[in-house]
Design a protein around this ligand. Structure first.
Ligand SMILES: C[S@@+](CC[C@H](N)C(=O)[O-])C[C@H]1O[C@@H](n2cnc3c(N)ncnc32)[C@H](O)[C@@H]1O
Length: 251
């Protein structure tokens, strides 16, 4: 047992509450979520039109697809937990019990220059989600059935560093995700900065403590060239001090 595991007892993933997580982190568009949405808007302007995208550990959230879906034809949305995929499907079906992302769409709409109505942005996002499927990034590729081996864009937000306290595991799963990116194509990565853990309600989940320098080194080892990077400070006592945002290209 590692030192970190002795300090913290982590909740099993089965205790992750999709709604609890949404209310804790995506209740409103404050400065952190504004920074995430702005970064994604600018990143997808750099990436430009593409055919395919894989979202890894997408969770119950769709904020990360809003700008993506303006550029990308087909999004394969994946997560480890059926309950998270169910949240995304409810939103995609415009179900009366779906989580309300309208504030996030309003913010992205203000960033766009073509004056599209919010309903058009929502429709594009709903249509771009081609499939939702279970995907375990810790399992070998042969155990994960995907229709395509590689994608023009692979996106993973607060997943790779947020599902293990172990740096070696982080390396293995980052490599696995990078392998899913086509040559010369793109990786969008978000991670917690210097996290010891993070909380969802009274449950504690694991994280690897990393910073911008660590992330740069990790990606360059994997022949990924960083095109854009950003950081936003986090004030609340939730186990980390900021959010790291990164767009990289496979060289
Ligand atoms: C902190 S949440 C991030 C959710 C979302 N991407 C976001 O931006 O808020 C971490 C996500 O990783 C998922 N996860 C946990 N273990 C996983 C695994 N082995 N493979 C893929 N995803 C996993 C969880 O179900 C959860 O949705």
């Amino acid at each position: 047992m590692s030192e970190r595991q002795l300090v913290c007892e982590y909740a099993p993933w089965e205790e992750f509450s999709p709604r609890g997580y949404l209310h804790e982190y995506y209740d409103k568009v404050g400065p952190e979520n504004e920074a995430l949405l702005r970064f994604l808007h600018e990143a997808y302007n750099i990436i430009g039109p593409q055919n395919s995208m894989l979202e890894v550990g997408g969770g119950p959230t769709i904020y990360q697809l809003i700008s993506a879906s303006q550029k990308i034809k087909r999004i394969t949305f994946s997560d480890y937990l059926p309950g998270n995929l169910e949240e995304v499907r409810l939103w995609q079906q415009d179900h009366s019990e779906a989580y309300d992302w309208s504030e996030f769409f309003t913010y992205v709409q203000q960033l766009t220059e073509n004056g599209q109505p919010i309903s058009a942005l929502e429709e594009m996002t709903r249509r771009a989600i081609d499939q939702t499927l279970l995907y375990d990034v810790k399992a070998a590729d042969s155990e994960n059935a995907l229709e395509e081996d590689q994608f023009d864009v692979v996106s993973s937000c607060f997943c790779l560093d947020s599902i293990t306290p172990d740096e070696k595991v982080l390396r293995t799963i980052t490599r696995r995700v990078v392998d899913r990116v086509k040559q010369n194509k793109y990786l969008v990565l978000m991670a917690l900065s210097e996290a010891q853990y993070y909380k969802v309600g009274d449950k504690t989940f694991p994280a690897v403590s990393l910073n911008e320098v660590f992330l740069e080194r990790l990606l360059s080892e994997m022949k990924m060239k960083i095109l854009k990077q950003g950081k936003v400070e986090h004030q609340a006592e939730q186990g980390y001090n900021g959010l790291l945002m990164c767009l990289a290209q496979k060289s």
